[in-house]
Write a protein that binds this ligand. Structure first.
Ligand SMILES: [Zn+2]
Length: 440
């Protein structure tokens, strides 16, 4: 018997047997790693996200099927994702090689899970940790559009139950989920969408995890459907057709700037397995120890991986500082910082790191294909104050309409190898970014 609800699981606890249905499965891909993600639901209707690394060497993937029920044991309970979690939950599950799935039949465990956000919730969802959103609305207009970079997108203008406008944007990988036959007055429920703001309009953009339900008939969401059917959509006019997303315009040079903020909630270091270099997880029983999903008796390796906000006079953006850059900046290895100096809370950056906030710096950076920014080298400008005004004045005129080829080329720090810095996620503590080359 399952003795705990999924909503009650807490990170770092010892695993107890669970009885769940696998609701959905999707893949987060990096250059060298792939992570399989699942949503599990239990008989109470509680849900939790679970992830497993795909080991590319032996193609290991847990033998579990979507929609089937399993008794699950020997999983690891970890903190929920600090960036783009699918569900509001303190914890998520890590599936390791020892995790055991025993199939069983249970008609009482639900086949779907919805946790709809309201229009007013969306502002909060645009802020860290940028939790993904379930949303339901009635279709006002359904059309395709092409971005300035030549991508065809599906756009659907929706109204929520209070007649407020929200626009769905399906990126090419998910565009097929809504066809041209979906018409004004149809009801659409969407899962795991990213809330963003475009001018006056709130958008929900598709992610790897997005599912779409057109005219859903599930019993437990009937009250939403009846309210939506009562909305008079005839009086509505389309909102806007000139779409550019932040990703399309984020294209700033930032050679001179400052760190404005260390995003402490996204953790400032990772812990890797000495055997396979994959992320390991903390368990606390009598003492603290680290477990790898693939190996036993490992040594933890500590690596900086800092999400920061950087600013210059004209703009602000997020940027990643990986291990070597940060070790160089602080003149201390992450291993020493954590184990010798005792700064072992991944959400409390050490004072040496915080003291770098506000110092003028020259950044050597790379804009990755997903438009996230990686700092390759950061040099403090203590002695070069006289240079700054000139550069700043010039910079104010810089607004390149197309990507600067210099930024997109492999302009990396001397110690990094081209081709090792790619990943799809922008949160460093997710395993699709564990492809960093580690040189010690
Ligand atoms: Zn390992």
């Amino acid at each position: 018997m399952q003795t705990i609800r999924l909503s009650e699981l807490k990170s770092q606890q010892r695993p107890v047997p669970l009885q769940i249905r696998v609701l959905k499965r999707w893949i987060l891909s990096g250059k060298k790693t792939k992570e399989i993600c699942y949503v599990f639901v239990d008989k109470h209707g509680d849900a939790i996200e679970a992830t497993a690394d795909i080991d590319l060497k032996d193609d290991y993937e847990p033998d579990i099927e979507v929609h089937s029920c399993y008794k699950v044991t020997k999983y690891i309970v970890v903190d929920n994702k600090s960036y783009n979690p699918t569900l509001k939950h303190q914890a998520s599950l890590k599936i390791g090689k020892k995790t055991y799935f025993e199939p069983f039949l249970d008609k009482d465990i639900p086949y779907h899970f919805f946790q709809f956000a309201s229009y007013d919730d969306l502002d909060e969802r645009m802020k860290p940790p940028k939790q993904l959103t379930y949303f339901i609305g009635v279709v006002e207009k359904n059309f395709e559009t092409t971005t300035t970079t030549g991508k065809t997108l599906r756009k659907v203008d929706l109204r929520d139950e209070n007649n407020k406008p929200v626009q769905l944007t399906l990126w090419p990988a998910k565009r097929h989920l809504i066809g041209g036959d979906v018409k004004r007055g149809d009801i659409i429920a969407i899962s795991s969408a990213q809330a963003t703001q475009f001018r006056d309009l709130k958008q929900l953009e598709s992610t790897y995890a997005t599912d779409v339900f057109i005219n859903p008939t599930f019993d437990d969401i009937q009250q939403h459907i009846s309210r939506l059917k009562g909305i008079n959509i005839d009086i509505l006019e389309s909102i806007t057709q000139d779409f550019v997303t932040i990703q399309d315009i984020l294209n700033l040079p930032f050679t001179h700037g400052k760190i404005k903020e260390i995003q402490a909630y996204r953790t400032w270091f990772n812990v890797k397995c000495s055997e396979c270099n994959q992320q390991v997880y903390k368990e606390i029983q009598d003492t603290v120890y680290y477990v790898c999903a693939h190996h036993e008796n490992i040594q933890p390796k500590f690596m900086y991986c800092v999400n920061a906000t950087i600013v210059d006079d004209s703009a602000m953006t997020d940027a990643m500082f990986f291990n070597e850059v940060m070790a160089d900046m602080l003149a201390t290895s992450c291993q020493d910082m954590v184990t010798l100096q005792g700064y072992d809370d991944p959400k409390k950056p050490p004072p040496q790191m915080l003291s770098k906030i506000g110092i003028p710096m020259t950044f050597n950076l790379t804009v990755r294909p997903d438009r996230s920014i990686v700092i390759n080298k950061a040099t403090e400008e203590h002695d070069k104050a006289s240079l700054t005004p000139t550069n700043t004045a010039k910079k104010l005129n810089i607004a390149p309409p197309t990507p600067n080829p210099k930024l997109l080329s492999a302009k990396r720090g001397p110690s990094e190898t081209p081709g090792t810095l790619h990943g799809t996620g922008s949160a460093c503590n997710e395993s699709n970014l564990l492809t960093m080359t580690m040189k010690r």
